[in-house]
Design a protein around this ligand. Structure first.
Ligand code: ATP
Length: 254
């Protein structure tokens, strides 16, 4: 891929002495979205967490816009351009929605040309959050907490958004709302993203690229549209029995 924003080379990482990811190499061009797929326990969250600096890296390099991310501690990675929405959402339960956003907001990136993300822009994207500005994080529904987690990552004005199972456990109507928002953020606003999801069709529909992990190694990379058009291959890569329909309850974005 030409002009990669993110480049991962020979990455091995895990927890303590345990190595989960082995020899992972990937590249992502600026403005594109990568769907990161794989069965349960294959290392998807470990890869996202490693980009955010929350695991132990044993080997390899990660560069973001030419900056050697792997040399930076976790707390410095937001300033380097990582906007992380972890699987457990991690919003501040005892702060209001507005305080959650203002507590972490950073100014836009000079020279990026992109309209900076502010709490007000997050409210435009998620009107439900605007209505609940003064509510505490802990009082929100699961869907609202996820919207707030995405909003908190956006106000960091990142170069790369990392979304770990953003649709997990949400009602179909909220899934649809979030999918539309994620598509706006990545397609219309052009923010680069890596999205881990258990609902492959939904996420392939809004991604340019796909990578599939199996037992900590990349077993497939390519165009998301191409894999989406090959359900048998997709099922095989995800270890699904052929007769299992892929996420039938999720309304897809066409
Ligand atoms: N904090 C941790 N300490 C030790 N091992 C862990 C930790 N988190 C995950 N693992 C192990 O790392 C491996 C990969 O887990 P990971 O969560 O990255 O998989 P995943 O593909 O994201 O799966 P899922 O879809 O279930 O979230 C698993 O064997 C898991 O048990």
């Amino acid at each position: 891929m030409a002009e990669a924003l993110l480049r991962i080379d020979g990455l091995s990482a895990g927890y303590g002495a345990a190595v989960v990811l082995q020899g992972v190499s990937l590249a992502l061009p600026e403005g594109d979205t990568l769907a990161l797929l794989g069965r349960n326990g294959t290392g998807k969250s470990t890869l996202i967490d490693t980009l955010a600096g929350a695991t132990r890296q044993h080997a390899g390099s990660i560069t973001l816009g030419g900056v050697a991310l792997h040399r930076l501690p976790a707390h410095a990675r937001a300033a380097a351009g990582i906007g992380w929405v972890p699987q457990e959402r991690s919003i501040f339960q005892s702060l209001s929605v507005h305080e959650n956003l203002t507590a972490v907001a950073r100014p836009g990136r000079p020279g990026s040309g992109a309209r900076p993300w502010t709490p007000e822009r997050v409210y435009e994207m998620f009107p439900r959050l605007a209505e609940r500005k003064t509510h505490l994080g802990g009082q929100l529904s699961g869907g609202e907490q996820q919207m707030l987690a995405v909003g908190r990552a956006l106000v960091l004005n990142p170069r790369l958004l990392l979304l770990d199972e953003p649709l997990e456990g949400l009602a179909p109507i909220v899934v649809q709302e979030l999918l539309h928002a994620i598509r706006r953020i990545t397609r219309e606003e052009g923010l680069s993203a890596i999205i881990v999801e258990q609902h492959p069709q939904a996420i392939l529909a809004i991604s340019e690229h796909v990578a599939v992990l199996d037992r900590g190694r990349i077993v497939h990379t390519g165009a998301a549209a191409q894999l989406r058009a090959q359900p048998a291959l997709l099922d095989r890569l995800l270890g699904l029995a052929r007769q299992d329909p892929v996420d039938p309850q999720i309304p897809y974005i066409k």
